[in-house]
Design a protein around this ligand. Sequence first.
Ligand SMILES: N[C@@H](CCC(=O)N[C@@H](CS)C(=O)NCC(=O)O)C(=O)O
Ligand SMILES: [Fe+2]
Length: 294
Amino acid sequence: MNPLVEPFRDPLTSTFSHVVYDAAGGRAAIIDSVLGYDGPSARTNTVLADHLIDFVRRQDLSVDWILETHAHADHLSAGAYLRDQLGGRLAIGRGIIGVQQHFQQLFNLGDDFIADGRQFDHLFDANESFAFGGLTGYALATPGHTDDSLTYVIGDAAFIGDTLFAPDTGSARCDFPGGDARKLFASVQTILDLPEQTRVFLCHDYPPDGREPAAETSVAAQRAGNKHLRAGVALADFVKLRLERDATLAEPLLILPALQVNIRGGRLPEPDSNGVRYLRLPLNQLGQPASMAG
Ligand SMILES: N[C@@H](CCC(=O)N[C@@H](CS)C(=O)NCC(=O)O)C(=O)O
Ligand SMILES: [Fe+2]
């Protein structure tokens, strides 16, 4: 059985969230939700997540899974909020533990943050299968952009997270902690090995000028025409191209708030003694020092 898929786009971070379901009145999974965040005011909002909730209620769906393809660095997850509102199990890849360990040190979180994945209801192992309603799926390990990255294959649909982008845009960056262009190359081969009619749902689209954002492509289109990783591109050529491009990219605007919230499954840190919740900013840790070259 193949799923119905409703994509939702966040215009601020160019993220797609997907509601995946077996039929109206049936069972659903939500993949890669977004909690709104305004940087200057440090104010969160649930506008986008509430659109998902409206859709779920209008279609009379029961949510079994709230899935993350990886610990996102560019937006905050609404996973915990959606689970509170809709139920379901919040899940991510087991590799989240390594990501948590890394960022626990960067943010110096101390003993009140335990880096063992307990912030989630379930951690997927590579190739682990799962089911909801009449649909069956499995988690394909697709590391490279991050080490915890999964692709969820559900019927004829693959939710590839940040691996490939649209064919004219190429691939995800590999310069985050735990990122590895060689691993991404191998992961993409496993995606391209899926049946060619497989529908491919993206986590982001950063379209070139003049093209409208698109949430969906196919294995056939990626094999034939992905700018970075169409069939036949050699590993060494891809790694060179990826490293060169990564050297030009700035840190995502929301990387510091996003990771502090996303390693907690989308929950905000506990309040201080005054009742206010705080995020931390490690100074001079990310990015490159300013060049003297002018
Ligand atoms: N300008 C965006 C960049 C976000 C970003 O770095 N996205 C990652 C995925 S989380 C990526 O792979 N980008 C590839 C690229 O920008 O070429 C922001 O600040 O949020
Ligand atoms: Fe990402």
